[in-house]
Design a protein around this ligand. Structure first.
Ligand code: CU
Length: 69
């Protein structure tokens, strides 16, 4: 498993936190470590899921995300 920290736009409240959490948790190979307003931490299995697919899923949910270095 690899760790990634995501910078997530458009989040403003607990509702956004639960929507982002749900979008991430629905992806196979992804374990959500934490979600806060503006950021998310995940562990992912690179053989099952790419970071590009993870950020694309958040984009689709209305929360554009980028990977923090
Ligand atoms: Cu919200």
């Amino acid at each position: 498993m690899e760790h990634a920290k995501l910078d997530v736009s458009n989040m403003s409240c607990g509702h956004c936190v639960s929507r982002v959490h749900k979008a991430l948790a629905s992806l196979s190979g992804v374990t959500v470590t934490s979600v806060k307003v503006g950021e998310a931490d995940v562990m992912f299995d690179p053989t099952l899921q790419s970071l590009a697919a993870v950020t694309a899923a958040l984009d689709a949910a209305g929360y554009p995300a980028k990977v923090e270095p």
